[in-house]
Design a protein around this ligand. Structure first.
Ligand SMILES: [Zn+2]
Length: 255
């Protein structure tokens, strides 16, 4: 196996064309033909994850968030991001990132979130050429506090933020990570509840006035389940390769 073999497999799983136009996905760091026997799967390429991959003797890190997103003008040890990239190159570790293509693909980030939260009769809200990142489905009718407790337990959140739109929970929309760009689409879909992350105060306020329950369950918590799923898929596809899951968690703590 090489970085190329793993890249081909991942693009079969989450086609490149499904990524948003502003995104940066695929093989973003290191040598394409480098042999791979050990892979680390993580949500982000943080300095801690880079150290972890080095200590574990991995040749490849597979992440959800792109290791390089904004154009870089130097590759030196002058700032943390390029320092991490430089460290990985020096250690011969490549990085592949599957971002918005993995968010929207059937069986990807948001579908995994919907599965974990027992969403039934799940539909994909379309979004132009891409499959769309929002999933809408039904749950057994319940109250907001009960549903929020389920979200918290299933996603392993230390805490979560919600606003009560004054409706029982039955028809639920979901979007892993920052989903508020899609709020109008969600409002039109006839949902009573939306589960996403990175919600601002005024967004909570407006949505509450419009009568929608809104749950911010955390960016890490709504997306990280994909890492376990990816680990399983890579291990099944490449039995001779060792696929490990990063032990690093959310950078946000509740006190
Ligand atoms: Zn994200």
């Amino acid at each position: 196996m090489t970085v190329q073999t793993v890249l081909d497999f991942l693009f079969q799983l989450a086609p490149k064309d499904y990524a948003m136009s502003w995104d940066n996905v695929g093989h973003l760091l290191g040598r394409r033909e480098a042999p791979v026997t050990r892979v680390l799967v993580a949500l982000d390429t943080t300095p801690d994850v880079a150290k972890e991959a080095t200590a574990l003797g991995c040749q490849l890190i597979v992440t959800h968030h792109p290791v390089i997103f904004n154009p870089i003008r130097h590759l030196t040890d002058a700032d943390p991001m390029t320092r991490t990239a430089l460290h990985l190159l020096e250690q011969g570790i490549a990085v592949i990132s599957m971002h918005t293509n993995l968010d929207c693909v059937p069986g990807g980030v948001t579908d995994e979130l919907a599965r974990l939260l027992d969403l039934e009769r799940v539909e994909i809200l379309p979004n132009g050429a891409q499959p769309g990142v929002i999933r809408v489905g039904e749950v057994a009718p319940t109250t907001l506090p009960e549903f929020a407790a389920l979200v918290k337990a299933r996603l392993g959140c230390e805490g979560l933020r919600c606003t009560d739109g004054g409706k029982p929970v039955r028809r639920v929309a979901m979007c892993g990570g920052a989903g508020m760009d899609f709020i109008e689409q969600v409002m039109r879909s006839g949902c009573d509840t939306f589960v996403t992350a990175d919600v601002r105060y005024h967004e909570f306020q407006e949505v509450q006035i419009r009568g929608l329950n809104l749950i911010d369950a955390g960016h890490f918590q709504t997306e990280n389940p994909i890492c376990t799923l990816l680990r399983g898929k890579l291990a099944a596809a490449f039995p001779e390769m060792e696929v490990l899951l990063s032990k690093h968690g959310d950078c946000i703590r509740f006190f």
